[in-house]
Design a protein around this ligand. Structure first.
Ligand SMILES: [Zn+2]
Ligand SMILES: [Zn+2]
Length: 120
């Protein structure tokens, strides 16, 4: 699968980042959601210990594209995150991405739950 690309990002209120993906998809990701899934070693260890990195008050500082493959975030708690674009794309929790459109609306067996790519 081709690597996803970002056309633009925008702030959605004070709590979420809107991401316009090439190909027409749009994600709105709460900052806390992005921060909690930071792929760095420290945050991975926290998640393995059962804690979520960041917190309810986590705010986004700066957003910077690193070429067309990764994106760099700074946070008001002083942390920095670098996501590969496929990692960020996988965080989208919109109805489409969590598989709602596959749910039959006119009878038939229920669709199986979507596979959560929960990578360590
Ligand atoms: Zn981190
Ligand atoms: Zn989505």
């Amino acid at each position: 699968m081709a690597s996803p690309k970002i056309r633009s990002t925008s702030r959605v209120g004070h709590y979420a980042l809107g991401i316009d993906w090439e190909g027409g998809h749009e994600s709105i990701m709460p900052y806390t959601h992005i921060r909690a899934h930071c792929p760095c070693d420290d945050c991975t260890k926290l998640r393995e210990a059962g804690e979520l990195p960041g917190g309810p008050g986590t705010q986004l500082g700066d957003v910077e594209m690193l070429g067309d493959r990764s994106i760099f975030f700074t946070w008001t708690d002083g942390h920095e995150s670098v996501f590969l674009l496929p990692e960020l794309r996988a965080l989208c929790r919109c109805a489409y991405c969590i598989g709602e459109p596959e749910r039959p609306i006119t009878g038939g067996p229920p669709a199986p739950p979507p596979d959560e790519p929960e990578r360590a």
